[in-house]
Design a protein around this ligand. Structure first.
Ligand code: LLP
Length: 448
C-alpha cells in the first residue's frame, strides 16, 4: 500500500483514503503488494485470481473506523468472496459475517469465524439450513416474509429452541444502481413492505413463542456510488426502528451493505493523487463520507448497528490475471482473445460490469488501440470489454482485469467444462495458493 494507508484531510476537509488498492507498477511490471504478478502467472498459470490481504484489511479497518461513533459490527457479506483464507483474515480482524446459505455458514465456521457473529439473510432458507444455523447458534435470522417467520417459529419449536430473528424491511427507496442489483424497491422480491412491519412484529410477539425479535434489517442494493440513497433509507426507517425498540425491545439494526467501489479508473484510484485531484463532488463514495452522513443520524438510538459490506471490503483487492492467446483482426473489429472467460468472471456479461484491463508489462508508449477483449466461451456475451481503447498487448502477454475481488471467483462456473481458476492471497512479499486450480479429474468428480 506504498506505506500510505493513513487518512488525511483532502482539500475540503473531507477525509479521503490515501490508497485504495495494493496494485501498482514497479520497474515497469505490475505488482500486488511486493509480489510481481508476471511471476505468479508464470508459476501458477492463468486465469488466476490474485488478492491483496493489505487492501482487504485496509478497507475493513477504514469502514470500522468510520463507524466508530456508534456501537457497531461490520458483518462481511460472505457472498462477495468466500475463500476460506479471506474469511480467516477477516475473522482474525474481529469481523462478523453475513451469510446467505448453509454452505456459507460452513465456510465461516471452517475459517474460524464465530456463528454468534453471523446473520443469515436470503428469501429462501430451507429447513436443513435453518436447523443447521439454529444448532450452530447464529446471532440472527434475517427473515424476508411472514411465511418464513412462521416457518422459522415452527422449526425452532420442533427443536425446543428459540430463533433470534430480524425482519428485513423494504424501505422502497431507489438505490440508483443496475436493475439486477437493486433490492430496496417495492417491486423487488426482497423484504417486507415498510407499512407492514409494525403489525408483523406485533403479531409475531403475540403468536410466535419460538421467535425472539432481536433486530430489524434493511439493504437497498449493491454498488451504490452516492451516499444519498443510504441517507434516505436511514431517515425513512428511523422512526420505525425507534418504535420497535420501545415496543419489542429489539437490540440491533442492520443497515445493510451496498457501498460501491471504483470500477472505471480503478487502477488509477490506487494512487493518492487520483483522489486529491478530484473535486469533492466527483469523488467516489468513501467510508469516511458514509460514516459522516450516517453516524450522526443513528448514534443516539441506543441500538447496535450492523453493516453488511461485501464488495467494498474485497472488490478492489482482487484482480483476474489472464493471458492473451490470439489477436484476431476482423473486418469490423480487432479481438484480443484471452484465456479467461465469462465462466471465470461473469460481471461484464451479467451486469454490463466494467473492469479495467491493465497489462502486466507497463506500456512503453501512450499509444492505444480500440479493441474487444473476449474469452474462449461459445457465447457472444463472453467479452470483458467492447470497443475500448487499450494500450497494446500481444499474444503471450498477460493483462489484469481489475476490481475482480468481489463477485468474481464466487460466481465462476465450470461452463464449457473449464476448470475453475486458482486463487492466490498476497501478504507483503508472500504469495499463498489459497485455492488450487481445478484439474480435469475435478471436473467429473461425483459423476457417473
Ligand atoms: N446484504 C444483503 C442482504 C445483500 O443482499 C448483499 C448483496 C449484501 C449485503 C452485500 O452487498 P455489497 O456490499 O457487496 O454491495 N453479483 C452482483 C452483486 C450482488 C449483490 C447481492 N447482494 C455484482 O457482481 O455486482
Amino acid at each position: 500500500m506504498g506505506g500510505a494507508s493513513s487518512l488525511y484531510p483532502g482539500a475540503a476537509g473531507v477525509y479521503v483514503p490515501a490508497a485504495m488498492h495494493g496494485f501498482s507498477y514497479k520497474n515497469g511490471s505490475l505488482y500486488c503488494e511486493d509480489v510481481e504478478l508476471a511471476g505468479l502467472a508464470e508459476e501458477h498459470g492463468t486465469p488466476l485470481y490474485v488478492y491483496s490481504a493489505a487492501t482487504i484489511l485496509d478497507h475493513f479497518r477504514k469502514l470500522d473506523a468510520a463507524m466508530a461513533g456508534v456501537e457497531h459490527e461490520v458483518a462481511y457479506a460472505v457472498k462477495a468472496n468466500s475463500n476460506l483464507s479471506v474469511l480467516r483474515l477477516l475473522a482474525n480482524e474481529g469481523a462478523g459475517f453475513d451469510i446467505v446459505s448453509g454452505g456459507e455458514l460452513f465456510r465461516v465456521i471452517k475459517a474460524g469465524g464465530d456463528p454468534a457473529h453471523c446473520t443469515f439473510a436470503g428469501v429462501g432458507k430451507t429447513r436443513e439450513e435453518i436447523v443447521y444455523a439454529l444448532e450452530q447458534g447464529i446471532y440472527s435470522f434475517n427473515v424476508e416474509s411472514e411465511e418464513e417467520l412462521r416457518y422459522l417459529n415452527q422449526v425452532a419449536g420442533e427443536l425446543g429452541m428459540v430463533a433470534p430473528a430480524a425482519v428485513r424491511v423494504n424501505p422502497n427507496v431507489d438505490a440508483k444502481t443496475h436493475k439486477y442489483i437493486s433490492t430496496g424497491k417495492s417491486e423487488n422480491k426482497f423484504g417486507v413492505d415498510f407499512e407492514a412491519i409494525d403489525s408483523l412484529y406485533d403479531r409475531a410477539a403475540a403468536e410466535l413463542p419460538h421467535i425472539k425479535l432481536r433486530g430489524l434489517q434493511m439493504h437497498i442494493g449493491s454498488q451504490l456510488t452516492s451516499v444519498s440513497p443510504f441517507v434516505e433509507a436511514v431517515e425513512k426507517v428511523l422512526p420505525l426502528v425507534k418504535g420497535l425498540k420501545e415496543r419489542h425491545g429489539i437490540e440491533f439494526w442492520s443497515i445493510g451493505g451496498g457501498i460501491g467501489i471504483v470500477y472505471k479508473e480503478s487502477f488509477e484510484s490506487g494512487a493518492e493523487e487520483w483522489w486529491t485531484s478530484k473535486p469533492e463532488a466527483e469523488r467516489p463514495l468513501t467510508p469516511e463520507l458514509y460514516g459522516r452522513e450516517i453516524v450522526p443520524r443513528i448514534k443516539d438510538l441506543g441500538l447496535r448497528i450492523l453493516l453488511e459490506p461485501g464488495r467494498f471490503i474485497v472488490g478492489n483487492a482482487g484482480v483476474l490475471v489472464t493471458r492473451c492467446l490470439y489477436e484476431k483482426k476482423g473486418s469490423a473489429k480487432t479481438f484480443k482473445i484471452v484465456d479467461a472467460g465469462m465462466n471465470d468472471l461473469i460481471r461484464p456479461a451479467l451486469y454490463e460490469g466494467h473492469h479495467e484491463i491493465v497489462p502486466l508489462k507497463a506500456p512503453a508508449t501512450a499509444e492505444k488501440h480500440v479493441v474487444d477483449v473476449v474469452g474462449p466461451i461459445c457465447e457472444s456475451g463472453d467479452f470483458f470489454c467492447q470497443n475500448r481503447e487499450l494500450p497494446d498487448f500481444q499474444p503471450g502477454d498477460h493483462v489484469a482485469l481489475m476490481s475482480a475481488g468481489a463477485y468474481g471467483f464466487v460466481m465462476a462456473s465450470n461452463y464449457n467444462s473449464r476448470p475453475l481458476p486458482a486463487e492466490i492471497l498476497v501478504e507483503g512479499d508472500t504469495a499463498t495458493v489459497v485455492r488450487r486450480r481445478q484439474t480435469l479429474e475435478d471436473l467429473i468428480e461425483g459423476e457417473l
